[in-house]
Design a binder for this molecule. Sequence first.
Ligand SMILES: [Zn+2]
Length: 225
Amino acid sequence: MSAPRSAERALRDAVIATAREMNALGINRGKSGNVSARWRKGNFDGYLITPTGMPYASITPTDIVAMPIDGQTDATRSRRRPSSEWRFHRDIYRARHDAAAIVHTHAPFATSLACLCLGIPAFHYMIAVAGGDDIRCAPYATFGTQALSDHAVAALEGRRACLLANHGMIAIGVSLAAALALAVEVETLAEMYWRARQIGEPVVLPASEMEVVVAKFRTYGQPES
Ligand SMILES: [Zn+2]
């Protein structure tokens, strides 16, 4: 009989499965995008993140990088370098106690809108799945920089997802499954918004109606399940 998997090994497996799933679902392509999950054990407080520059199909659990929440890289614990976007993962975990997982993708429709520096307004009530009455687009900054991280954390204020100008999107959740499901929702909304704009100017729901919808999601919905 094989030994039971440790909780850390199980989470490493889940990070890999989520990264592969985002490509299988068509919300990411190739090696772009990255996935992480918060990880605390003993005196380690941090997160497990996909490595930089490796195809997801070939990643094994020991390739996943353990990063401390209060520092930069932890070369002693990991044999790979982390995703180049580790700064915004670290800063989101610091800023958002509701975030247990982060999915970052270059989803085609979300990224197309982001290349126009367009956020997504409340053209559809499901916008509330991200926590408010819009999904903001963070201003552009070079990938991997502290400036990009600062913009992302600000755009996520009161939200669970944002777009990144000329780059992609971020979705956070209470679990890897929740973050991935939200990323799929955001891409679906981005596609619908893009399509609607081909034939006219989408009607945006009033703030008063979106307050009702956001409250209903909080009470009845299970967007984080
Ligand atoms: Zn990216």
